[in-house]
Design a protein around this ligand. Sequence first.
Ligand SMILES: [Zn+2]
Length: 271
Amino acid sequence: MTRSYQDPKNTAGWAGQGEPSIKKMNKKMLKKGWNALRKGQIMRLVKKGIAMTVNAYHYTLRRGKNTVECPCCGWRGPAFLATSPGQHLALNSSCPDCDSRSRHRGLALMLPSLLEGKSGAFLLFAPEKVVLETLAKTNVTIHTTDLNRRDVDFPNEDIQHLSFKDETYEALLANHVLEHIPDDLQALRECYRVLKPGGIALFTVAGDFTVQETRKLHKVDWLGHYRYYGLDVLDLFREAGFEVEAVNMGAGIDPKWGVREGDMLFVGKKA
Ligand SMILES: [Zn+2]
């Protein structure tokens, strides 16, 4: 069987694009704007325009202000970059230095306390550079794994059918993975199986947790997502065996960290 391997460098959390200059922004705006216009994507054009305008405001009029601070890399500046992938618009999103997004910054703030006292094996699915750097500051032994990438300790691992023995790991993390998996319940059962009793399984997933119901897509979207989760994802964790808690990573913390209110970390425990 041949498999096309993925280059992780094209995903979030690998390398920042640097602080934007007027010249760079103008060039990018013209190129992206023209592409969207050519394809008749008016909403896309509008959102790209908003992102560019917001970045231009922060990096000209507010340049030199240190309003935000990245807990992943320590960068400080006027704002995280607004991004507009596809039809989305995310304000205060990408760190110009390390490309961390809200979820990575939330993890950087939470992982040290969640992993306090843990020094065993930690399984990391679909590793991102910023998450690896956060984990390197803890005492766990990191094992990376992925289905489609070669730059990991355990390649060719399908989260729905892992090759690891029962009760191998003290902790694991799958950051925005579950929404890409056809059988997400089976994936969670496998995570539960490889976890030691007393271990914790951490998940962030794409979704909207102001709504109850998961929105299942008829076909996989351009991001490779099968679904967008609602709060009923908690039932899925329980069905797989976990005691689970949803932690709102952005609630009650200093806004300078740029962690969105409502960005959830699901903490599954194996009794
Ligand atoms: Zn950063």
